[in-house]
Design a protein around this ligand. Sequence first.
Ligand code: FES
Length: 151
Amino acid sequence: MSPVSPVSPVSTEALLPRPTRRAVLGCAAGAAAILSACGGDRDASTPTVEADGAVRVPLADTPVGGSTYYPGASARIVVTQPSEGRWLAYDATCTHEGCMTSATDDDGNLVCPCHGSVFDPASGEPVAGPAQEPLATLAVEVDGEDLLIRG
Ligand code: FES
């Protein structure tokens, strides 16, 4: 498959459903930004959206054992790399009451700041807190130095 030229920024409403509640973000997205990113103390890039709706992010944003959050007005994504070369992406919308999972604890787990739900970065399954359902898994494809994410 030949790469498609990125178009940025555009809405990613087709990728993910709109959250039902306003998120409390652990990392701030600019008011005018459709998508932005935060990865702890790393400088995460701003994702782009392909013509087919796939979200493109650099692999370099997310180190082994790390996670990178891409909060957006209509798409909330977290990318993890629980082991070398194993890339995963989830809808970062917490399955408890819809806040954005937006922090990573010392064990590498994904944390929702609203009520403390904690999710496994390798499966999206809840490991603590009130959430009972896993984060929704998104399809990922490595494309060169980037990851393409589709809902
Ligand atoms: S909304 Fe995430 S723990 Fe309640």
